[in-house]
Design a binder for this molecule. Sequence first.
Ligand SMILES: NC(=O)c1ccc[n+]([C@@H]2O[C@H](COP(=O)([O-])OP(=O)(O)OC[C@H]3O[C@@H](n4cnc5c(N)ncnc54)[C@H](O)[C@@H]3O)[C@@H](O)[C@H]2O)c1
Length: 347
Amino acid sequence: MSRILVTGGAGYIGSHMCWELVGRGHEVLVIDDLSTGHESSLPPGAILLRGQVGSAEIAAMLAREHARSPLAGAMHFAAKARVDESVRLPDLYFAHNTQQTLALAGTLRDLDVPWFILSSTAAVYGNTSGDLIGEDHAVAPASPYGESKLRAEQGLRELFAKRGGSLAILRYFNVAGADPEMRTGQSTPEASHLIKLAAQTVVKMERAQEREPKAGATASASQMIIHGTDYPTPDGTCLRDYVHVMDIAGAHLAVMETLAKPREPRVYNVGYGKPYSVREVLACMREVSGVNFPIVEGPRRAGDVVRVACDSRRLQAETAWTPRFANLEVICKTALAWERRLAASTP
Ligand SMILES: NC(=O)c1ccc[n+]([C@@H]2O[C@H](COP(=O)([O-])OP(=O)(O)OC[C@H]3O[C@@H](n4cnc5c(N)ncnc54)[C@H](O)[C@@H]3O)[C@@H](O)[C@H]2O)c1
């Protein structure tokens, strides 16, 4: 069993990773500044170093921790991850996602921590063409968020080429759902993802119904807006490749196994290759919740890509990764179950 560094371990994806690692008997050291994460999302036994990944204080703490009990490797989830925010505050994104990532990786190379896995994103591809997007598809980020991640990827490649160590870059598609055991889920209140928003809408309507059970009382409580219904897709709405958060954690475990021996940097896309439209997702959430929330059709939103679907054949060929939750209904059900749980714990 190993000691593994998980940055951003108090956040959505990182907390699922921590629970999975601890469940397999690993020791987990977390760095998180709790800017969007929650300490309560961590599993028992995880050690939290609170601070920013690129800071001198964290570098000193890491050196002490590594001397006490060596780290086998690092999974780097900590980042700012909102496309809309990155358009307003690009410098914040380059500081957190690029500069701090490279500072952290430099510290870990100084300490000779053997491997590093970066959370990257399909946003590095920008406007994609073709049916399925493989790792060799051209990169052309359409947002400062995507650009900040691409620069981190490039900087890490240079660093590892010069200073040794194993590097893997995982580009996730649209991550959604929650741990089926409900140990953790997505708790970020201002999350902007479609499935999270739909689950929040259901829960708001259920709460309104509880407060005022008369017919019609829920109609105005909340609604979902479809941004654009005239895209060149079968139902006119955009298509996305939704991947269950537990399969993202599983991909890290599978990639980690390949990093035990030093190896060349590798990039892997993580998704299922079967995209769903906005209408299909909303219909599924209505179906699993039994709540017919109102759906309003609006104009297109700037920057939205028509179709995104992942080719994950490289990941499946080179690692033991097998998706276990590739089912939209399971994704919607677990996301909703977590949202209901969150609502039940908030007055
Ligand atoms: N959610 C998705 O659909 C998705 C898709 C592709 C890639 N990603 C990537 O996955 C990673 C995790 O995303 P998430 O959805 O769990 O986001 P999140 O906001 O829930 O988690 C990020 C965590 O990092 C912490 N953090 C942020 N900046 C930090 C810093 N400089 N130092 C220390 N801690 C810091 C936050 O407090 C939070 O706990 C990110 O790198 C993101 O870019 C997410």
